[in-house]
Design a protein around this ligand. Structure first.
Ligand SMILES: Cc1ncc(COP(=O)(O)O)c(C=O)c1O
Length: 514
């Protein structure tokens, strides 16, 4: 579908070769996100698009899509707050989760969200009470087993019930917009949409017989990314969907889609490092390749080997042999591929890189906070020139917006933590490598132990406070603007200090591009 987007890996590799951030890490090429959005919009220009935020909730992506006029499909209050903070208009936010708390519905309504999806009478009534007068879609239950990550029976109701509830929605003073469904994520068969468009057409006619016109149809997500197998072209999906609507609806419909994966998958690449290559017996034909990323570090969609990512190494031109690929944790389920036939170069050794392609969707936000002590997957961004004049103007407004990266490291050598010179030099080196301009450095050595280092930057400031007796150190790097990368600075410091435990959090400050 998005075959012709070859630049992303090149741009990402150039960034990785230049910056060499610690692995594993995900790099997103924002230009590719923008291109994917344009392509989908061109393929289905009649559809209103609501990006499924869960696919990749990075503020940088939300901001870019909001500036492009895209809407957002959100699951709850936090995703609404995220979208609004990145400049999304509330009327372009759709609260698509049919499982929601009354107080979250009330919050959404208070901030201007006017479109909700339901699949039960109880949720419909709660919407009518806490978000009076809004537009609603009723999600129908579909058989999503043909997709690579089916939903089971969790979402949707029977079409008969949907017809009844949409009539009831009108009686409750809501605006029944139409039927919604989702065929399951990563669907490789464009014809999968047809039976459910037919079902939606039947519901629409049943409701029309009671004097209520449903003007819309929401056909969800499911459009695939490019993994081991190339998906059909996007035009095939658009043609099938259009033909089915013409067949099963008596009137033109306002079409809505909720793409997630297709907008971001191809834009991302994870760089991982080989931790170990081994065999289970001297006769073993297959090598086990253990990477520094696994199921809990962002590769959640390898569960049941549902998503088979393309892998690339620097030795791909050399002879290869079969492998089982596993993650680094002490968990028996942390095996990525043992049935899907993968081959990797025979020369692959610990320390070599394995690049995991098309990993922009459903990776970072799935990574655990600290399973077995492994930190969440770090994300870096490349590309992403402003989309419009409006955004150019806004970047002026965002001049003082920035990122605080706060780190707490434990298990650091007490000797290092009491070495003021070392800490001062390390901070300065890390800031410099991360693109910050250091104006002034100062430090204070405390008695009997401990050091505080302060760095004054053109972009703001950074500090280190060490507690040698506890093996602990606190680091705060705050930079405004887009040039310096405070996360990179903290990651470099982590490499220098080699802590047993590290906790890193990022706080966005100020309003960027609003
Ligand atoms: C309600 C809803 N809409 C849209 C999506 C996005 O689906 P996809 O990433 O397959 O496009 C999802 C994902 O599961 C979803 O739950």
């Amino acid at each position: 579908m998005i075959d012709a987007l070859p630049q992303a890996p090149e741009r990402i590799r150039a960034f990785l070769d230049d910056r060499r951030p610690p692995t594993p890490c995900l790099v997103i090429d924002l230009d590719t996100v923008r291109e994917s959005h344009t392509r989908l919009r061109e393929a289905l220009p009649e559809a209103r698009m609501y990006y499924a935020v869960k696919a990749n909730p990075a503020p940088e992506i939300i901001r870019l899509l909001a500036a492009a006029g895209c809407g957002f499909d959100v699951a709850g209050r936090e995703e609404i707050e995220l979208c609004l903070a990145q400049g999304a208009r509330p009327e372009l936010i759709s609260y698509g989760n049919p499982i929601k708390k009354a107080r979250d519905i009330a919050y959404a309504h208070r901030v201007g969200v006017r479109r909700f999806t339901f699949d039960s009478e109880a949720d419909l009534e709660t919407i009518a009470t806490f978000a009076p007068g809004v537009s609603v879609w009723c999600r129908i239950l579909v058989d999503s087993r043909g997709s690579q990550t089916p939903f089971g029976h969790k979402f949707g109701c029977a079409p008969d019930m949907a017809a009844r509830l949409l009539v009831r929605a009108a009686a409750l003073g809501l605006d029944p917009e139409g039927v919604a469904f989702h065929v399951g994520s990563q669907h490789m068969d464009p014809s999968a949409w047809e039976p459910w468009i037919a079902a939606a057409g039947r519901v629409t006619r049943t409701v029309a017989a009671q004097g209520i016109t449903l003007r819309g149809l929401n056909i969800g997500g499911g459009f695939p990314g490019r993994y081991l197998i190339d998906p059909p072209p996007l035009a095939d999906y658009a043609d099938t969907i259009r033909a089915a609507i013409a067949t099963y609806f008596d009137h033109p419909v306002e079409l809505a889609i909720e793409p997630g994966r297709v907008l971001v998958a191809e834009a991302g690449m994870i760089r991982s490092e080989v931790v170990l290559v081994s065999r289970k017996s001297d006769m073993d034909q297959k090598r086990w390749v253990y990477l520094d990323i696994g199921r809990y570090g962002g590769m959640a969609e390898t569960e049941n080997e549902a998503i088979a990512y393309r892998l690339q190494t620097a030795q791909d031109h050399e002879p290869t042999g079969p492998v089982i690929i596993a993650g680094p944790s002490c968990d028996g389920d942390d095996v990525l591929y043992q049935r899907t036939p993968y081959e990797l170069p025979l020369s692959l050794r610990a320390g070599d890189y394995v690049d995991i392609m098309s990993t922009g969707a459903y990776t970072q936000s799935y990574s655990s906070v600290a399973f077995n002590g492994f930190p969440p997957l770090r994300t870096y961004f490349v590309g992403g020139a402003p989309l419009s004049a409006a955004m150019d103007d806004a970047s002026e407004v965002g001049e003082f917006a920035g990122r605080h990266v706060l780190a707490e490291f434990e298990g650091v050598s007490a000797e290092l933590l009491d070495d003021a010179q070392f800490l001062c030099e390390s901070l300065e080196r890390a800031l410099d490598k991360a693109g910050a301009t250091v104006c002034d450095m100062s430090f204070k050595q405390f008695e009997p132990q401990g050091v505080t280092v302060l760095a004054l930057l053109s972009e703001s400031h950074a500090s280190i406070h060490s507690y040698p007796e506890r093996g602990a150190v606190f680091i705060d790097v705050f930079t405004c603007g887009r040039v310096a990368d405070p996360e990179l600075a903290v990651n470099l410091l982590r490499d220098m200090l080699d802590p047993g435990v590290s906790r890193i959090s990022v706080v966005h400050r100020g309003q960027e591009n609003r």
